[in-house]
Design a protein. Structure first.
Lengths: 400, 186
């Protein structure tokens, strides 16, 4: 009853400046005798006033001076430090786990080719030494969640795995995932490893196409269920990400994490090379590198160099970085060293420089990816700048 | 209502700046909110900092169906309760909150009420909010605030009076009944 009566008279607003008196009291400022009297009367006027007063007093007393003389800038910096620490920790944990998996795959891979070579000695033709260097081909190894490793090549049976929730097909050098029940709770991870001198494609369960280049590996879930669509990459791959604005697609590499909603881009992140690069063809990506975020626009490339720890964003002719997926290499004013490191991966070569200054000679041109390596290197020799000595898998480069 | 939306739209253009603005806007009130429950300033500072870290690392701004403010207060609240549970320090607040749940009060209403005061602080005009936080969090006297901001003591007094008037109005609307039940039963 009392409540109802008081709603009209509003017991809290006894005098105009009651809140100033209240503020004075709560802030520890002295009250005049008249103010103290008014304040007492206000508190007595209604139990609600006392309740409010207690709430305010608790707020003021408990928190009084807890940030005394604290610079907010320093607090903000502390948060940024914590972020940096956590991001590197998270990355390390993920990559350690995955890299050890990838390493074991590569060992198995090596064994597989070793044994398969020995098992079919009759296929081997004693070829001249230089001709042993063949361009890459379509082959790869798939490791299932069970640990089972399946070699993939063009003559592979079409169905790799079919069960109630998942179907994996291998067709035209492409591995295709089809998740029938996307709501399935247990996510399983597969790893696709492509040896040196090979390439392979995979279409993930969300429709994203990934073209893996030589000496690369991709670790991915067989179905995407979480908030993000996350995959891990070592080496080089070209991504055409299926559009899904609600579930960002994230590519993690040793040094960068690339976040997209739907777009096409190339990522080159070979652990043995000091540079990691992401090149955007279309759409929009966000790259996290060294704890910072960068928005990349189409036609741009972001690079991170582990040696000088420099991050660079520049406009590029994207064709130079994505042409490999279309079966050719395009070079424009590119150093011989950079060109040879690309070719070495594709033809599985060891490169030696007799004259280090040749590393910096710039070349422009277009090479077919599936061409014989001798013919290809001849084109460089025609410029009269360099000479190649090919011995087994080793190529020595001399100044002409 | 503007500030939360301003921050969110800034996240689409410049994430670093948006994050800084988020910090400038919410850090102090979140700290008040956390410390009010924990009553341990150092632990409260940690809890709030970790919530900011989580917000950035997990890119929470990309998916906030209930809005930014609701999310950030909830995340601090959960972290605070986790801290209290972890420390096994069942403080008065915690017991009171549990008691209310047991007595079948609308739990979501209580949760919402808890944050009203702190969210209201964020609705104060910038200058008024600043003065309030200087006095409360930094423990400054009216005289010190007046000197620092080059205003008269009387202005400080008036601004503080208006802040408490505004807070009381907010509380009256939202928290009055719950508070009263809480306190009469404790």
């Amino acid at each position: 009853m009392e409540n109802q009566n008081n709603e009209h008279t509003d017991p809290w607003d006894m005098t105009e400046n009651i809140y100033e008196i209240l503020a004075n009291d709560l802030s520890g400022e002295p009250l005049s005798t008249e103010e103290a009297r008014l304040f007492e009367a206000w508190k007595q006027a209604h139990p609600a006033n006392q309740a409010i007063y207690r709430q305010f007093r608790s707020l003021m007393e408990r928190n009084s001076g807890i940030l005394r003389g604290t610079d907010r800038k320093i607090l903000f910096e502390r948060i940024q430090q914590k972020i940096k620490k956590q991001e590197t920790k998270r990355q390390k944990q993920k990559h350690l786990a995955w890299l050890s998996a990838a390493a074991s795959i590569l060992i198995i891979l090596g064994m597989f080719y070793y044994f398969s070579d020995n098992r079919h000695p009759e296929i081997k033709t004693p070829a001249p030494v230089a001709q042993q260097i063949k361009p890459g081909e379509s082959k790869a190894l798939l490791q299932l969640a069970t640990g089972e490793v399946i070699p993939l090549n063009a003559r592979q049976r079409e169905y790799i795995m079919v069960d109630s929730s998942l179907e994996i097909k291998n067709k035209a050098h492409t591995l295709i995932y089809d998740t029938k029940d996307p709501a399935t709770k247990d996510i399983t991870y597969n790893t696709l490893s492509v040896p040196l001198g090979a390439e392979y494609k995979v279409i993930l369960s969300d429709g994203t196409k990934v073209h893996l280049n030589s000496g690369s590996g991709l670790h991915y879930p067989t179905g995407f269920t979480g908030e993000n669509r996350e995959v891990c990459l070592i080496g080089e791959a070209y991504f055409e990400v299926a559009k899904d604005s609600l579930h960002p697609f994230i590519v993690k590499t040793g040094q960068m994490s690339i976040r997209v909603l739907g777009t096409s881009f190339n990522v080159k992140a070979y652990p043995a090379q000091e540079q990691t690069a992401a090149t955007l063809e279309e759409g929009k990506i966000q790259v996290t590198c060294q704890g910072k975020n960068y928005n990349i626009t189409p036609g741009s490339q972001i690079t991170y160099n582990t040696t000088d720890q420099k991050i660079e964003i520049k406009e590029v002719d994207t064709e130079l970085y994505t042409s490999w997926k279309s079966g050719y290499y395009k070079f424009e004013q590119m150093s011989l060293q950079e060109i040879m490191s690309t070719l070495a991966l594709w033809y599985d070569l060891n490169i030696f420089y007799q004259n280090p200054e040749t590393k910096n000679i710039l070349f422009t041109g277009r090479l077919k990816r599936y061409e014989n390596v001798e013919n290809l290197l001849k084109k460089f020799e025609q410029t009269n700048e360099v000479e190649f000595i090919i011995k087994e898998r080793s190529v020595t480069i001399k100044k002409k | 209502m503007g500030q939360a939306e301003t921050i969110l739209s800034l996240f689409k253009q410049n994430e670093e700046e948006a994050f800084k603005l988020l910090f400038d806007t919410y850090h102090d009130t979140l700290l008040l909110f956390a410390n009010q429950m924990i009553d341990d300033p150092e632990a409260a500072k940690d809890v709030v900092q970790n919530c900011f870290v989580d917000f950035w690392v997990h890119r929470r701004f990309a998916n906030l169906p209930n809005g930014l403010e609701q999310y950030i207060f909830q995340s601090v609240k959960h972290a605070t309760l986790n801290h209290l549970r972890g420390e096994k320090r069942r403080r008065k607040y915690y017991i009171a909150a549990e008691k209310n749940e047991r007595e079948n009060l609308n739990a979501s209403e209580i949760e919402w009420n808890d944050e009203v005061l702190y969210k209201a602080l964020n609705e104060l005009p910038e200058e008024r909010r600043k003065i309030f936080l200087m006095i409360c969090l930094e423990g400054m006297k009216y005289q010190e605030v007046a000197e620092k901001l080059h205003i008269s003591i009387n202005t400080v007094k008036k601004q503080m009076g208006r802040s408490f008037k505004f807070l009381r109005e907010k509380l009256q609307k939202n928290i009055f009944i719950t508070l009263f039940q809480l306190w009469t039963k404790c």
